[in-house]
Design a protein around this ligand. Structure first.
Ligand SMILES: Nc1ncnc2c1ncn2[C@@H]1O[C@H](COP(=O)(O)OP(=O)(O)OP(=O)(O)O)[C@@H](O)[C@H]1O
Ligand SMILES: [Mg+2]
Length: 255
């Protein structure tokens, strides 16, 4: 497979740092000089709100067109250059929900995967944001991906959440007939002083998945509030250092 690698950032738990991770990773890769497409696959549209894109048709219209087999044209959906080297397919319809009983659904999964796959040759990376749920919509996003990135918080409840996402990724791999990898776990809001943090580190290391930690930082909250990436509003912060490590180690420069 050549061209862009496709990632979905997923966790059915809300507020774990999915959207902030898409923002910082995608913009960090774009600043490194690579061409990046973000897809706002979350009907809440937080990623779209951050970048303020609105000129184009949105993700729910894309899903609609794919369901009707209307052969959507990427140009109608892609907001070019929300930052240098960084494009976005926005989400603007909060009511979008795929119906699990829809008999067309399997066909739709394939069509979405084909639509995104056809964009591989235009980009180095494609990064998809997803909603805090475990519905056919997230299933469709994961099935279209090469790998999944899972943001988490250091909590005991995160273990059962993680197990169910891993199960979901395995199910998607089996249906797609190819392996969808789990790229990494990202512990957002990491605090060394947190009680039992070392115990959590040991516990999560038993999953044998690369782990990254992003320190809890005011700069991340400020970044989201001001719609400025961490590279724009706090490039020398500890959070920027942590995201830089994640990008350098986890996203090798494409050949
Ligand atoms: N490293 C961090 N330090 C401090 N706060 C953080 C950090 N990462 C994320 N947050 C905060 O956590 C909150 C949730 O982040 P975010 O919106 O990215 O999560 P999400 O998983 O996308 O949420 P949702 O499930 O609703 O889509 C935000 O207020 C954000 O500022
Ligand atoms: Mg989000």
């Amino acid at each position: 497979m050549t061209g862009a690698k496709i990632f979905t950032i997923a966790n059915q738990k809300g507020g774990v740092g999915k959207t902030s991770s898409v923002v910082q990773i995608a913009s960090g890769l774009a600043r490194r000089g690579e061409k990046v497409l973000m897809i706002d696959g979350d009907p809440q549209g937080n990623l779209t709100l951050f970048f303020g894109a609105k000129e184009k048709l949105d993700f729910s219209r894309l899903i609609d067109d794919l369901a009707k087999d209307a052969k959507p044209k990427p140009e109608a959906f892609i907001n070019p250059r929300v930052r240098r080297n960084l494009d976005l397919i926005p989400a603007a319809n909060k009511r979008l929900r795929l119906d699990i009983h829809d008999t067309q659904i399997i066909g739709d999964y394939e069509r979405f995967a084909e639509f995104v796959g056809a964009l591989r040759n235009r980009y180095d990376w494609i990064i998809i944001d997803s909603s805090p749920s475990n519905s056919p919509l997230e299933h469709m996003l994961i099935r279209a991906s090469d790998a999944v990135i899972i943001p988490l918080e250091f909590q005991l409840f995160s273990v059962s959440g993680l197990e169910s996402i891993l199960e979901e990724v395995r199910a998607c791999s089996a249906e797609a007939g190819r392996e969808i990898h789990v790229h990494s776990l990202i512990f957002t809001k990491a605090e060394n002083r947190l009680h039992r943090v070392q115990t959590y580190r040991e516990l999560f290391s038993t999953f044998h998945i690369p782990v990254y930690e992003i320190c809890k930082s005011e700069y991340i909250s400020r970044s989201l509030e001001k719609s400025r990436t961490i590279w724009e509003c706090g490039p020398s912060s500890y959070a920027a250092r942590d995201y830089r490590t994640l990008i350098d180690k986890g996203f090798p420069v494409p050949l």
